[in-house]
Design a protein around this ligand. Structure first.
Ligand SMILES: Nc1ncnc2c1ncn2[C@@H]1O[C@H](COP(=O)(O)OP(=O)(O)OP(=O)(O)O)[C@@H](O)[C@H]1O
Length: 241
């Protein structure tokens, strides 16, 4: 079976810094994979390469069997990869619905179609009752979910979530995990960057561990938390429990 996404020996160099160092992994369709590692491990850089924002210095990225490395963010989005950003940046003079519609304009020019799709994604993430609210009325969990809704409005097959649960209370994070599971049931594949190991254990079926840009372990969460290199390397101070 072809993997939905495949990274093959991917590296990214910024001047003298090798931010991502020969990383390979693949994502099974309809699965949730966590990308973990301490600050500066190269997680966001990996996302930036998958989403087309950065071209890998070496290595190839394939999506549905097609090479996408170096295609550019817009093209990659149109191929079916949606993403959120670590820093939440809603457009403040627009409503929740209008923000969610922005993603839909990647595949339609019709305002009515974009509105319908955005309403659907707001419904999925539980924000439909606040569709006409202004951004200032949103709580932190709402803002995180709006970022997810914006990414979903692009109609992705693969969703990259960068710390969407950071700063949330355990009950709020659990609600997000339930939303992610529903999305997977509907056919989506998800990769998420997450620091809190408890959430990783709950949400992901596969974990990829990066350290100094390199992949040091990969496997089921129960295996990862016992992995000697992960434990010895940084688990104590790299993860928050
Ligand atoms: N555009 C850039 N130019 C130069 N260096 C960069 C750039 N982007 C990232 N880096 C560096 O690459 C390394 C990996 O950064 P990256 O943001 O990918 O790590 P991360 O694992 O996502 O960290 P965090 O958990 O803190 O978000 C860091 O040393 C960072 O300073």
């Amino acid at each position: 079976m072809t993997a939905l996404l495949e990274l093959n020996n991917v590296s990214k160099r910024f001047g003298g810094l090798l931010a991502v160092d020969g990383v390979s992994f693949s994502l099974k369709e309809r699965s949730i994979t966590a990308l973990v590692g301490p600050n500066g491990a190269g997680k966001t850089t990996c996302f930036n390469m998958i989403a087309g924002a950065f071209r890998p210095t070496v290595g190839t990225i394939r999506f549905e069997g097609e090479t996408i490395s170096g295609r550019g963010a817009e093209a990659v989005c149109r191929l079916g990869i949606g993403r959120t950003f670590q820093i939440v940046r809603p457009m403040r003079d627009m409503t929740v619905l209008e923000n969610a519609m922005v993603g839909a304009f990647s595949w339609t020019r019709k305002v009515s179609e974009a509105r319908e799709a955005a309403l659907d994604t707001l419904e999925t993430v539980g924000l439909a009752p606040k569709a006409n609210a202004s951004i200032s009325q949103l709580t932190l969990p709402d803002r995180k979910m709006l970022e997810t809704a914006k990414a979903l409005s692009t109609r992705p097959r693969l969703l990259l979530l960068d710390e969407v649960m950071a700063g949330l209370r355990p009950t709020e994070a659990a609600a997000v995990v339930r939303v992610l599971r529903r999305l997977v049931e509907r056919g989506l594949t998800i990769m998420l960057v997450e620091h809190v190991m408890r959430i990783v254990m709950e949400a992901a079926e596969n974990v990829v561990v990066l350290h100094h840009g390199a992949k040091i372990a990969e496997g089921a969460p129960v295996y990862i938390v016992k992995h000697p290199e992960v434990l010895a390397g940084y688990l104590g101070d790299g993860f928050r429990g």
